[in-house]
Design a binder for this molecule. Structure first.
Ligand code: CO
Length: 169
């Protein structure tokens, strides 16, 4: 089922999300599947639960264009950053029409839980690392508006609604 995506400045996007507890609520697998449907329909590379109105620490990653099956991460947390800081253009499904350059470390080590509550650790680099960092920012209430160093599109759309942390001029 396709869910409605919350759009900035919806305040749920600024609220740090709650840790998900185990045993998992019986609704959770269904919610994850609905988030898969939603991110695929929107042609996005990732989606975080606050973006569909649930303030919980759940993200989904959709890099199917790179032949990586869509997946979800429960309670993901970055443990270490590594590699060079790279600048790349990012957009966000919650901030339509706005794009800008965001600098992020290339490599991350992160932990997460699966639907059974089992803890895993993993590493990522490249686009995967960038998307996971973007989605984990969402569950911490952080948006690309806080990190864009230079707008490439749509700066006028955010000018009047920038957060106090925003670095955009
Ligand atoms: Co986003």
């Amino acid at each position: 089922m396709n869910l409605k995506i919350r759009i900035h400045p919806d305040e749920i996007l600024r609220k740090p999300a709650e840790e998900i507890k185990f045993p998992l609520s019986p609704n959770m697998p269904r919610l994850m599947r609905d988030m898969f449907d939603t991110v695929q329909a929107a042609k996005g590379v990732g989606l975080a639960a606050p973006q569909i109105g649930k303030s919980i620490r759940l993200i989904v990653i959709n890099l199917e264009h790179l032949d990586i099956p869509i997946f979800g991460l429960i309670n993901p947390k970055i443990k270490n950053f590594g590699g060079k800081k790279l600048e790349m253009e990012e957009g966000c499904l919650s901030i339509p029409g706005v794009y800008g350059m965001v600098k992020r470390p290339d490599q991350i080590e992160f932990i997460y839980q699966d639907l059974e509550g089992k803890k895993h650790s993993a590493e990522a680099s490249g686009l995967m690392s960038r998307v996971i960092q973007h989605e984990i920012d969402h569950i911490n209430g952080i948006l690309i508006l806080d990190k864009i160093t230079k707008y490439t599109q749509g700066e006028e759309l955010v000018k009047d609604s920038v957060s106090k942390n925003a670095k955009g001029k």
